[in-house]
Design a protein around this ligand. Sequence first.
Ligand SMILES: CC(=O)N[C@@H](CCC[C@H](N)C(=O)O)C(=O)O
Length: 386
Amino acid sequence: MAELKEEELIKIRRHLHQIPELALHEVETHAYLMKVIQAMNQEHLEVKEFEELPTALMVLIHGSQPERTIGYRTDIDALPVEEKTGLPYKSTHPGVMHACGHDIHMTVALGVLSYFSEHQPKDNLLFFFQPAEESEAGGKRAYELGLFKGQWKPDEFYGLHDNPELPAGAIGCRMGTLFAGTTEVNIDIEGKGGHAAFPQDANDAVVAAANLIVQVQTIVSRSIDPIDSGVITLGKITAGTIRNVIAGHARIEGTIRGLTQDMILLIDKRLQEVCNGIEASFGVKVTLGLNQGGYWPVENNPKLTKRFIQYMSDAKNVNFIETKPAMTGEDFGYLLAKFPGTMFWLGVEDDSQLHSATLTPKESSIKRGIDAITGFLEYRMNAKEE
Ligand SMILES: CC(=O)N[C@@H](CCC[C@H](N)C(=O)O)C(=O)O
């Protein structure tokens, strides 16, 4: 047994990349993670699975002189995106892809875990392999199901997200808010179907939906202080069956983002008002469903994040970049509201954005990320408390 080498980590990442699974269905991923972890030095390791959240996994490395339990979280799910990278190790699961880089996240976590399985840490280290980040709020579920109990409760929590806009291996972070809070939006419009030739006898849900979509564009442009930040994106619309039948139903799905909870609530309220207006002017029934789940703004803890940034800025082997807040969401925001901690970016340098079918993170970022994180954790465990 020895800690995982760079070429082994790359093999692991490529295997994970080939078996992406959607939120709460990460069965093969879970089994593969178990296999990799079981091949590590088990001397100080304890592994826990959970009947109530079967694809989740926690691993505790018992420290030599523990004063605290330091948590490290990685997400493990993928997205419903058909991969178009053409890579030899592309997804083998049709219509599903690690288009948000969670394969990189998991590999970095395994690398850090493998390092500390061979170099016993002073404090306890708790690794949380979390299902369902992209949807279904896996972090909140885990918390509400009581997974963080007894020795499985972190005193502080860290986690990363990959960032194609940063150079490979760079660490990005900031004090305060790193990511937005998000709310999932579902809008159902009920009109009356009919023949394309007799619109007067029907009530066209497509026309109502089109107007609603246009009016929604005024929420950010007209109701929000331009100095503040808010987003509403309607990413999916479905309606109708054929060109010559007037659709009686339309469904629109989207997402709201804000750097503060007040901003999210303001957009929620304005969206409800727009829906009410469409109901009144088109005589349709509009049902608005809003679900924030666990996607709270990601607020970095001041004391821990100051220490994190200090270490990363000073470390000779780390390219540290102070970043702006981003409108991406993360259910780690929920866990950071329960446990103090820090979320940060790992640069993976790519022209494609997160959630794109051509995302190809640079694999050299994996080892550099592991070195930066293990260095930080060692420093953290040995640093004197102020
Ligand atoms: C990092 C990232 O891309 N996260 C997702 C989180 C999704 C939140 C939720 N399902 C929503 O769509 O509102 C993101 O899309 O930012």
